[in-house]
Write a protein that binds this ligand. Structure first.
Ligand code: PBG
Length: 336
């Protein structure tokens, strides 16, 4: 190939193909944009702390709050007004024990919060709740501990079944099963069905990695985790393991499958999207949020553009739903 066409004065033969034509004006770019982020695809995580009368900031998640019962209701209303698809509720109890009993208590902080929020917003947004034990256990693990200190899978499943029924009876529309116990989706589905709660949906944290990006979440829920979660959450090195987890969860009755974290795992989202026919969600976790907020606070990144770029990339990878601490902000950026 000669380069004559490119450099030849006045010949104008090359480039014959000019991709820049479609980037020239805002209207042209809008016309050809392949990926859109809509507020209805975003889910806002909300923390409610037992015993608070005023909301309290979380230092590693600037802009995110531990809510009081009152401020939680208001936050849920704002989420609905912003047109979000859902809210995901996390409870922070005043006291914990090794069995995580507060989780199953109908008067426990999370179950009360579910009732409050559903009473406030009804069906205007999908009300989801975190179905896990780590917020409720004194040791901070996602399940009950066996004598040797490991998390006992099957003993934990029995508690997840009770948690599921308690949260569904409180009115949650969708349960986010995030504990990474084997068989959890099947057990939760059966427990709900046996209790006549057949309409409660299950969002499976199907591919959840043992990630250091969950760091700020620990502060948000005041978790005193001792040790790590490497024995039940997935190794960041693995991809096909996620596909196996996702297939199992779908077979067990998951209505939606989720990949978590999001941005460091776009390849996983994309592969999962290929192999399932249920909606795929991704959780843009606390550390992903904190990283950008910290850089933006230093003036090192343009926050709003970065926020939208990350959400667009997660959507482009194949996630149809995104759980993100920026949900309300992003909705505002998207509709202005
Ligand atoms: C488990 C749960 C965690 C997160 C959501 N659900 C913590 C963990 O598994 O260690 C993390 C979310 C985040 O980092 O934003 N209940």
């Amino acid at each position: 190939m000669s380069d004559a066409g490119v450099s030849g004065a006045g010949l104008g033969a090359f480039p014959q193909v000019r991709p820049r034509r479609l980037r020239r004006t805002a209207a042209m770019r809008r016309l050809v944009a392949q990926t859109h982020v809509e507020p209805s695809q975003l889910v806002l995580p909300l923390f409610v702390r037992e015993g608070l009368t005023e909301p309290r900031p979380i230092s590693s998640l600037p802009g995110v709050l531990q809510h009081s019962r009152d401020s939680l209701r208001k936050a849920a209303v704002s989420a609905a007004q912003a047109g979000l698809g859902g809210v995901m509720l996390f409870g922070v109890p005043a006291g914990r024990d090794e069995h995580g009993s507060a989780g199953c208590d109908p008067d426990g902080v999370l179950n009360v919060a579910i009732r409050d929020v559903v009473a406030e917003v009804g069906d205007a947004v999908v009300v989801m709740s975190d179905l896990c034990l780590d917020e409720f256990t004194s040791h901070g693990h996602c399940g009950l501990l066996a004598a040797d200190g490991t998390v006992d899978n099957d003993a934990t499943l029995a508690v997840y079944a009770q948690l599921a029924v308690a949260q569904a009876q409180a009115g949650a529309h969708m349960l986010g099963a995030s504990g990474m116990m084997d068989g959890q989706i099947g057990v939760v589905r059966s427990a709900l069905d046996a209790a006549g709660l057949t309409d409660t949906a299950v969002l499976a944290y199907a591919a959840k990695y043992a990630s250091a990006f969950f760091g700020p979440f620990r502060e948000a829920v005041e978790s005193a985790l001792t040790g790590d979660r490497l024995g039940y959450q997935q190794d960041p090195a693995n991809l096909t393991e996620s596909l196996r987890e996702v297939r199992l969860d779908v077979a067990e009755g998951a209505d939606i499958v989720m990949v978590k974290p999001a941005l460091p795992y776009l390849d996983v989202i994309s592969e999962v999207r290929r192999i399932v026919d249920v909606p795929v969600a991704a959780y843009q976790v606390s550390g992903e949020y904190a990283m950008v907020e910290a850089a933006a606070a230093n003036g090192w990144l343009e926050r709003d553009r970065v926020v939208l770029e990350t959400l667009t990339s997660i959507r482009r990878a194949g996630a149809q739903i995104i759980v993100t601490y920026w949900a309300v902000d992003a909705a505002r950026l998207l509709t202005r």
